[in-house]
Unconditional design. Sequence first.
Lengths: 116, 111
Amino acid sequence: DTGVSQDPRHKITKRGQNVTFRCDPISEHNRLYWYRQTLGQGPEFLTYFQNEAQLEKSRLLSDRFSAERPKGSFSTLEIQRTEQGDSAMYLCASSLAATGSSYEQYFGPGTRLTVT
Amino acid sequence: DAKTTQPPSMDCAEGRAANLPCNHSTISGNEYVYWYRQIHSQGPQYIIHGLKNNETNEMASLIITEDRKSSTLILPHATLRDTAVYYCIADFYNQGGKLIFGQGTELSVKP
């Protein structure tokens, strides 16, 4: 078990460019979550998947944001036409959800995005 | 999800017990209390969760009041590596959805 991994760890981009982040969850985990965290704040939920189905999206996830989990394994989060307000740490987490069991979420190290 | 309230910061001497309080007066009967922590520049880490009974694991103990309106996370022998932001979250068991993080408590363990 290598834990949740995220790539890249850091991304600097110019306003208006598109960026894509990747998350590889713990292999047997069926749920995958994306959160965003700005300086001094707790993480904010963006969206989550169960297998390949996207089950919930936050109002924070504007039309410029899209997330996929095509084969129920890794996930990508794309931000189109980046804005300076998108600068944040993007966190991915995974969990194993099964009836009658707990579902602690395991977080990756995050991708820090800076939009200049 | 019930709202939780935590003090913004606390200090603790190394080797002493750290007691982190959390108020969740609007918690419903089927909401669990979860604790996570986030060490600087890392992703959050699950610590412990509970419903009614006190819980203990290798990391910490969780004490929930009988009326379930508040709880305390106890780190029995705090070390410098326990310096982190600690988040208390009330959430439905196994709903699998989003975690709602508040501001948390920034715990500083001092030598």
